[in-house]
Design a protein around this ligand. Structure first.
Ligand SMILES: [Zn+2]
Length: 241
């Protein structure tokens, strides 16, 4: 008997579903000023994703810029930015939560040189930094944002198909945080000969050479390990220092 092939997790379908959810929330909260004369659905950006319970758990930012033409007086605009997460099976969002994180109100004059993308980028960096427990504006945060801000259909397919394979391959070694042991850690940047690593669990970061990667951050796993544990023993500390 053939194993069932799971539904493809289609990012564009998931994005459309999330846009509809945010659109409904905006209509409920901001009528009659939303959608106004705007014809565009909210823009949705999935900036991180992981496989969860056979579905795709996504972290997203959604925003809508609405320009309102006044009957009399000056025009104005509103830029609404939401952030949230959802677990999707096929294109259906089985669970979701999101909230308004930024609302910028602009006069007609202010709309001229308003950079909405820059505001969205700053919101994204703030959220990623707080999830990773690293300071905003830090080099590590910027690298983390660049690394996370790269969810593509090809990557989703690769993870999903790997998850669907009946017999996972054995794992021989893994990168784990030397301080807390979390395996939610990894290389975020290569700086010439140096490697920058960070732990998403405790925020510990390190700039090291290849021997440091092997000595401090790499753990050997018992043979026949097929699933990566969330935590592995951290580096043993010598008593004194
Ligand atoms: Zn850690």
């Amino acid at each position: 008997m053939e194993a069932a092939v799971p539904d493809r997790l289609d990012l564009s379908a998931i994005t459309a579903v999330l846009a509809a959810l945010v659109d409904a929330k905006l209509r409920a909260d901001y009528a009659p000023w939303y959608p106004g004369c705007s014809q565009h659905p909210p823009r949705v950006e999935i900036y991180a994703s992981e496989e969860r319970d056979g579905g795709l758990h996504v972290h997203f930012i959604a925003d809508s810029y609405v320009y309102n033409q006044a009957q009399s007086g000056s025009d104005w605009a509103d830029h609404y930015i939401y952030a949230g997460e959802a677990t999707c099976h096929g294109p259906e969002a089985r669970s979701h939560s999101f909230a308004l994180v930024e609302h910028v109100s602009l006069t007609e004059l202010q709309t001229n040189d308003y950079d909405g993308d820059a505001i969205v980028a700053s919101v994204r960096e703030r959220i990623v930094a707080s999830r990773a427990g690293v300071p905003i504006g830090d080099d590590a945060t910027a690298a983390l944002v660049r690394g996370m801000h790269d969810v593509t259909q090809a990557k989703v397919d690769a993870v999903h198909l790997r998850g669907a394979r009946a017999e996972p391959r054995p794992i021989h070694e893994a990168i784990r945080c030397p301080r807390c042991g979390s395996t939610n850690a990894g290389i975020i940047e290569l700086v010439f000969e140096m490697i920058r690593l960070t732990c998403q669990a405790c925020g510990h970061t390190d700039l090291t050479e290849r021997d440091g990667l092997e000595k401090d951050w790499t753990a050997r796993l018992p043979s026949n390990t097929r699933e990566l544990p969330a935590f592995l023993p951290p580096v043993e500390r010598s008593g004194g220092a």
